[in-house]
Design a protein around this ligand. Structure first.
Ligand code: G
Ligand code: G
Ligand code: MN
Ligand code: NA
Length: 256
């Protein structure tokens, strides 16, 4: 709970610059082109150092601090995407939202407002939603998702294949992308079962017209296996770790 108080302070104190977004490149497997980034939260706590984002979200999500945090994340990422677009290097950014963020219309209103203010094409922003979020309160979450869809923002199903997976989500939701959970991707070069799961997710998503992104692509063997399986996009340490926006520009300048 001390952590929550510190988080609130970090979010509310304009002089604190402890919270940053890092960006990890996503590479089109067929062309090698960088097609987007996933935005990932990093909190450099003054005493604890880097806080594990998963732990942080788990704690924040129980409270109203989550709304503050998401507001900061969305604001930072949309500003960044607008800056890239203005600099002639448009990149789609995918950002994670938690269950709680989907229970009110606030997130949709904020995104719509920011898109209009920056005159930004909505498809440059994508939200990643987990199946767990859907199951927590399907009615409210579906209402939010359909409002998001009407703004033109893209929606990805994150961590696909874990937890409450249901094929019907792929049909019923206005999705543009499926992200294969990294547990399957990491295993696919060594475990035939993982490889089979990855291949069938790719085939199913492809047949439904959805873009398929593999996360956790750590090395060339996995990259080759995904290439052979017809996966569209790879994200992982094989290409790059998540990094601050300025480092990303340097990395892009050196890429290929
Ligand atoms: O960045 P990894 O590097 O450790 O992120 C761990 C987890 O934290 C991810 O599964 C991701 O879903 C979650 N996460 C990272 N950044 C954000 C964020 O900005 N908002 C939310 N809600 N979750 C995030
Ligand atoms: O939201 P989600 O859980 O999908 O977030 C992606 C997570 O995967 C982040 O924690 C990110 O830091 C992590 N990640 C990104 N690339 C790799 C990788 O190649 N290997 C592993 N083990 N983790 C990765
Ligand atoms: Mn994600
Ligand atoms: Na994931």
């Amino acid at each position: 709970l001390a952590l929550l108080a510190d988080l609130r302070r970090a979010l509310e104190d304009p002089a604190a610059d402890e919270i940053a977004m890092y960006y990890q490149p996503q590479v089109d497997i067929a062309t090698g082109e960088v097609v987007g980034v996933e935005a990932l939260l990093r909190w450099h706590h003054p005493r604890r150092g880097l806080v594990d984002p998963e732990e942080l979200i788990r704690v924040a999500e129980q409270t109203a601090v989550m709304a503050l945090l998401t507001r900061r994340v969305v604001d930072t990422v949309v500003h960044q995407v607008a800056a890239w677009a203005a600099a002639g290097r448009p990149l789609r950014a995918s950002l994670n939202v938690s269950v709680r963020d989907l229970h009110t219309g606030e997130l949709v209103d904020q995104i719509a407002r920011l898109l209009a203010a920056h005159d930004l094409p909505p498809y440059l922003i994508q939200l990643e939603i987990t199946e767990g979020a859907l199951m927590a309160d399907p009615r409210r979450v579906l209402a939010t998702i359909s409002r998001l869809d009407r703004t033109g923002v893209a929606i990805a199903l994150d961590d696909f294949g874990t937890g409450y997976s249901s094929m019907s989500h792929l049909r019923r939701l206005p999705l543009t992308e499926v992200k294969i959970d990294r547990s399957f991707v990491l295993g696919m070069a060594v475990d035939p079962d993982d490889a089979a799961i990855v291949r069938s997710i790719i085939e199913l998503s492809g047949a439904l017209g959805l873009r398929v992104v593999a996360e956790g692509v750590e090395d060339e063997r996995i990259w080759r296996a995904l290439h052979a399986a017809g996966c569209h996009v790879a994200q992982g340490w094989f290409h790059a770790r998540p990094m601050p926006a300025d480092e990303l520009m340097t990395w892009l300048g050196r890429y290929r």
